[in-house]
Ligand binder design. Structure first.
Ligand code: C2O
Ligand code: CU
Length: 485
């Protein structure tokens, strides 16, 4: 059995290596990202987000209607689409069917003013059933984002309370198609058509509870028609609470053009690890008329086909695949000479290890350890005090506004953790395990025992969550916040 001590020992013997560059990957493509898009004053888009229970028979539910919690009638997932420079005015109405089931909307990945960030207690009061809350902001960056609530999230997300937010204004030339693919599992017992528990002790103490039903836009392995031989932009969003996917494409050329909404020089997609909360935009050269290409999760033990694409119509492009890049992101460049270094260690608590090691995590012994608070995970040895946000601990760190920080992140556990920062996008500098091009991200997947370094300018004042996006980990302690002042 692997103990924590052994993990610490093995982790410290590995030096942070591999400086990340794109050189190896970019060789095949010629074009660099275009100049950053500046927002210019646009229109105001008003939307109503009516959080309520609605029976929905998604195609993947095999004829059952499940009591989803959604933000709107009609199509699931809902999509909000703006141009860069447009102002969004979103009114959340909480009509969730349970007394005290509070809510708020977090705009995942957006570098917003702090009071728009939607974290209850930290930046706004929780919105109780029957109450409303108005958000109003102008997103600063174009790209692929999503939104979700930020309390009891395992259940809220688990029941479908999520939406897609696209900010247009990042293309340098039109693609032949632009599609959103929302990837997620459902915690559904397919026979009975009922939800399984969204939070389990065993899952929370290990890699999370996997849903047995996988889907793309609410369908199992949908067939999507794309213009034959067209360069098609696919926006992949992993909104699952748990599952980490290794995205690949079979039967077509494909390139990554953005990570977490932020452009990077296009590079060939071989296999891209997409954890909960992460997005990747790819350009795929669609197959010829009537031909098929496949989107695959290459994670062991076997390949799972997530969706497949069929070419339709006359061939759009004859030239060799050299995908158009997006416009660069406008993220401030950290000053590495003056950057202050902060170390963060992500690991399990004693009780988390006990449960993780137990063969029957629901069984005896749990009471004896007094696990009613379910603190299984820590950041720098501190667990968030409760499953909700009501009892705020002190910040993990107080950062000076405008200053550059280098975060050294160390995963001292045998499970991966997608670590998400609010209100900022950090730059991945190096990792001892992953060889990806340098890029910006709001969520960095830390593999088991991985050490990575990221840097960012703390240029957005306020209190910003910093947590694992495996929601059962988040809700069992792996959550904290930075104060930028
Ligand atoms: Cu998408 Cu704090 O999360
Ligand atoms: Cu985690």
């Amino acid at each position: 059995m692997l103990t924590r001590r052994r993990f610490v020992a093995s982790a410290t013997t590995v030096l942070v290596g591999a400086e990340l560059t794109g050189a190896l990957a970019q060789a095949r493509y010629s074009r660099k990202p275009g100049v950053a898009a500046e927002p210019s004053a646009g229109k105001t888009v008003a939307v109503r987000l009516d959080a309520a229970e609605r029976p929905v028979a998604l195609p993947c539910f095999g004829g059952h209607a499940l009591p989803l919690w959604t933000f709107a009638d009609g199509e699931w997932p809902p999509l909000i689409r703006l141009n860069l420079g447009d102002r969004l005015e979103a009114t959340l109405e909480n009509h969730l069917p349970r007394a005290q089931e509070s809510s708020s909307v977090h705009w995942h990945g957006l570098r917003l003013p702090n009071d728009q960030d939607g974290v209850p207690f930290l930046v706004q009061p929780p919105v109780q059933p029957g109450e409303t809350f108005r958000y109003g902001f102008t997103p600063p960056d174009p790209g692929t984002f999503f939104f979700h609530t930020h309390c009891n999230t395992a259940e809220h997300l688990g029941r479908g309370l999520v939406g897609v937010l696209i900010i247009d204004g990042d293309i340098t030339e039109p693609y032949d198609a632009d599609r959103v693919l929302l990837l997620r599992d459902w915690q559904v017992d397919i026979e009975s058509g009922r939800f399984n528990p969204f939070f389990t002790l065993r899952g929370a103490a290990r890699s999370g509870t996997y849903g047995p039903l996988r889907s793309v836009n609410g369908t199992v392995n949908p067939q999507l028609a794309l213009p034959a031989s067209g360069d098609c932009r696919l926006r992949l969003i992993n909104t699952d609470t748990t599952r980490i996917m290794q995205i690949g494409v079979q039967g077509a050329d494909a390139a990554i053009i953005a990570v977490d909404g932020m452009a990077l020089p296009p590079f060939p997609l071989a296999s891209w690890t997409l954890g909960p909360g992460m997005r990747v935009d790819i350009v795929l050269r669609a197959p010829g008329e009537g031909r098929i290409a496949r989107l695959i999760d290459q994670s062991p033990p076997g390949h799972v086909e997530l969706a497949h694409f069929i070419g339709q119509g006359v061939a759009r492009r004859m030239t060799a695949f050299d995908p158009a890049p997006l416009r660069a992101a406008r993220i401030a460049e950290p000053d590495m000479k003056s950057a202050e270094r902060l170390n963060f260690v992500f690991q399990s608590s004693e009780s988390g290890q006990f449960i993780g090691d137990a063969s029957d995590a629901q069984g005896a012994g749990i009471g004896a350890l007094c696990l009613s608070q379910k603190q299984f995970w820590t950041i720098n040895d501190r667990a968030w005090p409760d499953r909700d946000h009501a009892r705020l601990p002190a910040p993990l760190a107080v950062l000076r506004r405008g200053r550059s920080y280098l975060l050294s992140l160390k995963n001292d556990s045998p499970f991966a953790h997608p670590i998400h920062i609010h209100g900022h996008s950090f730059k991945l500098l190096r990792s001892n395990q992953q060889k990806t091009p340098q890029h910006h991200a709001d969520t960095l997947l830390l593999l088991p025992q991985e050490r990575a370094e990221v840097a960012f300018v703390a240029d957005n004042p306020g209190d910003w969550m910093f947590h694992c996006h495996i929601i059962e980990h988040q809700e069992s302690g792996m959550m904290g916040y930075f104060r930028v002042s």
